[in-house]
Design a protein. Structure first.
Length: 529
């Protein structure tokens, strides 16, 4: 039987290119000073000078904006496309983007969409009096997509709503930005769909990808918001009524391109075979370095989606997820898709993009680390003896963690579920997991005892000024080794004398039993009467 493929051999010997990069970035554009009803009143009266803050004023501004969009399209020969229900906007616009050769607004798309906008209501308390208030509601209104070809980012778009307070969206692609910068630096590369297939100087390319940040994206927005029609004027901007950007959806990718397509396929098949359980709540916590508790909202699961012979692994965490799949049959692609920055403990403002990207890259790396260690977790005899036998550590007696003991195995299994949690685990969180694996009562006092012996054995360490523990590198290996040896090797082997073990193995074991019995008989050793 052929030896199973080890992902570490493939990564260490056949990875031709390994690049981390921002992928798709989708932003909210909002006006901070127009977010509550009182600000609307101030805008309509103090700023615009209207005596009554009437909702009818919204229509006047919106009509002017819609007329300016039509004039802008006509004056510049820009197609104004009305999207139909069910249209994939990018597919409708792709022919226009593909034909574009110079930077500019390529096409404008108009659609009717539900948006959170202000509606007015009369809350006067006296007959004949007029007193309007404003609150937000979901309404179906006209929005415009300005698709552009940018000199830095290539294709992108800005979407503006035609109704107060004129929320917007911005979309750019980090890989397209990196390709533009590589072209400018005369760096030789072969493109991959939304990525890179090869590069003559990978370290330079990685440096380019690392440079993309908030200032570049803000510059994109500023460039185009100053050229397209907007419902807000220069006077509005001077008075502080202008858009700011916040993070809506950010995709951060890691692409490992192998020297041959068959290596990529072998890597992915070996990974899926060994990690189909990846994505249990504990393991999703590992990937995102965030604790999952009973009151943590969101969906936590792993889904393996089969499309023909292709497999995509989706690991869901709260509103976000990690996708792992083969790209164009030759590259392993890992993408952390952050749909809510709070999932990773980040704020939404654009300036927080570097922190979010760093945490998302770490999530990608942890996923790959889990897969690496999972296929190469054997430990040395010295480490096995130090852990499995009583010893003296730091001048204190360190009780053994004996392999096969139900409590120790439950502890190892719980640690596997937390193996890469950067924020670690507490007595309480680990106790709950061990108790569930034991199928019975496991107390906090027992957990305290087990944490002490884990710490003395050097398998965990306590973070300063906290009650949180993290696994050491040796702790990772011991937890995985104990669990895989017990669950994947010894368990099946000890049950190999009965179905569903192969008939050939069962026959061989029966022959061994007969031979042992013959030796016992020949030695004149009988059980005591």
């Amino acid at each position: 039987m052929a030896e199973p493929v080890n992902v570490n051999d493939l990564l260490d010997g056949h990875a031709a290119l390994d690049i981390e990069c921002l992928d798709r970035v989708y932003l909210n554009a909002y006006v901070p000073n127009l977010q509550v009803g009182g600000q609307v009143v101030s805008f309509l009266t103090e700023h615009l000078g209207n005596p009554v803050p009437s909702p009818a004023l919204f229509a006047r501004i919106g009509n002017a904006f819609r007329a300016s969009v039509r004039r802008f399209a006509e004056d510049n020969g820009i197609p104004l496309i009305h999207f139909s229900k069910g249209d994939r906007h990018i597919e409708v616009m792709r022919p226009y983007l593909d034909r574009a050769t110079e930077p500019g607004v390529v096409a404008i798309g108009a659609a009717q969409e539900f948006q959170s906008v202000f509606t007015g209501y009369d809350h006067a308390t006296k007959p004949g009096a007029v007193c309007f208030g404003f609150s937000k509601a979901e309404r179906r209104v006209t929005v415009y997509y300005f698709y552009v070809l940018d000199r830095e980012f290539g294709p992108g778009f800005i979407k503006l709503c035609s109704y107060f307070p004129y929320p917007g969206k911005v979309w750019v692609n980090g890989h397209e930005w990196a390709k533009t910068q590589a072209d400018r630096a005369r760096l030789a590369y072969i493109p991959l769909a939304n990525g890179f297939a090869s590069c003559s100087r990978p370290e330079v390319l990685q440096g380019i990808c690392d440079r993309l940040g908030p200032a570049d994206i803000q510059a994109f927005f500023d460039r185009w918001i100053g050229r397209i029609p907007t419902p807000l004027t220069d006077a509005d901007r001077a008075a502080g009524y202008w858009w700011e950007l916040s993070l809506r959806q950010v995709e951060v990718s890691r692409t490992v391109v192998f020297d041959q397509p068959r290596r990529a396929r072998a890597f992915f098949e070996a990974t899926v075979a060994d990690n189909l359980d990846l994505g249990r709540p504990d393991e999703v916590q590992l990937v995102f370095a965030r604790q999952v508790r009973r009151n943590t909202k969101g969906v936590f699961s792993t889904k393996v989606v089969t499309r023909g012979t292709d497999v995509i692994v989706n690991v869901f965490y709260r509103h976000s997820r990690i996708k792992e799949y083969l790209k164009e049959g030759r590259a392993l692609r890992i993408e952390t898709v952050v749909n809510s920055p709070g999932d990773l403990g980040c704020q939404r403002r654009l300036r927080n993009l570097p922190e979010l990207q760093a945490k998302a890259r770490a999530a990608n790396r942890r996923l790959l680390e889990v897969q690496r260690v999972g296929q190469d977790c054997a430990i040395s005899t010295a480490l096995l003896e130090r852990v499995g036998l009583p010893s003296v550590e730091e001048g204190q007696r360190a009780p053994a963690l004996r392999f096969g003991d139900p409590r120790v195995m439950a502890l190892a299994g719980a640690l596997c579920a937390l193996v890469h949690a950067a924020v670690g685990f507490t007595n309480r969180s680990l106790c709950a997991r061990v108790s569930s694996l034991l199928g019975g009562l496991y107390t906090s006092a027992q957990m305290t005892y087990d944490l002490r012996r884990l710490r003395l054995k050097g398998l965990i360490r306590r973070l300063e000024h906290t009650n949180t523990y993290v696994l050491s590198p040796e702790g990772i290996r011991v937890a995985l080794f104990y669990t895989k040896l017990h669950d994947r090797l010894l368990g099946p082997l000890l049950a190999a004398d009965r179905p569903p073990a192969p008939i050939e193995l069962r026959s061989a074991l029966k022959q061994i039993d007969r031979s042992v019995d013959d030796y016992v008989t020949g030695a004149r050793i009988r059980p005591a009467a």
